[in-house]
Design a protein around this ligand. Sequence first.
Ligand SMILES: [Mn+2]
Length: 343
Amino acid sequence: VTTADSGGLTYGARACEIRDLIERSKRILAISHANPDADAICSLLTFGAAFSRSAREITLAIGPGSVPATLGFLPGLTRIRVLSGLAQRDYDLVVYLDCADRERVDGANGVSDSGVAPHVPVLNIDHHITNKLFGTTNLVDPEAAATCEMLALLLDDLSIEVSPDLATVIMAGIQGDTLGLRTPSTTSRTLRVSADLLAAGADLHTIVDYMFRLRPFTTLKLWGLAFSNARFEGGLVWAEITPQMLEESGASSSEGEGIVNFLAGTTGARVAALLYEEPEGWRVSLRSLDEDVDVADLAALYGGGGHSRASGLRLRGASDVRDSFLADITRRISPRPAGINAE
Ligand SMILES: [Mn+2]
């Protein structure tokens, strides 16, 4: 099994090979990455629900981290353990789900730290284009918007029945990675799979409410305080979260995580910045919707890093450091006046 044909509605013979591998195994360890997102958690739950049989034991585990609170509505969450806390078992198959490489899950020493012998076969099911094909069996489909989209196709290939609860789990994974079917990774196949899951009884309404709508009132207060002090000048829209705002709203600083993405949608903004005030200075998140602006490059100027559309950095010092940073970013992203330096 190698990289799947792109965009097909079936994995064909590869699905059968994977089924045979699972059928031969008595004790399976299924794992996903540290700081798991919806696709990671839902891939695990889907695998566990679809392939558990009385004669087979499947352990579900994640790397360091916890299940996000927004996924609390999912059935079966109590099955998921943290990898480092597992007792030693004689696993005869390890399944990696939604993992581009092994390192993010189990570190340099591999799962042998978790009681898995080095010769145990590894099944790698993932949709990241950067996947290192580290498994003894690999099903890697970069055309899939989520690992859960792949699992939906796999279960369909194997004629495994999808209950309404399982349909909800698979749909939640797809919704998570596509931000509600809104990312460029969303394909017509993603929509077809989603339609089939809805027909199978997926509770889309609850998924959307929990993952995208419901938030504590403290979050509302914090966002209001941050937005009311936002500034927009020269293509840079920015806001700050101060300890005073956290105290006044009763929110924790993690409740500000969505603010910078919201700022980035400001019409005419080339870069959005959110500054979290800390004792030593500021933690800064940068976003860009503009193809011309690479915020990873901007962050690198200040010792930070990330992706071209999303990056971060830290500033050390007082308000003069912050002000000169904001002025520098504004200057760097301002389009050059037409007619100057033209050749
Ligand atoms: Mn994913």
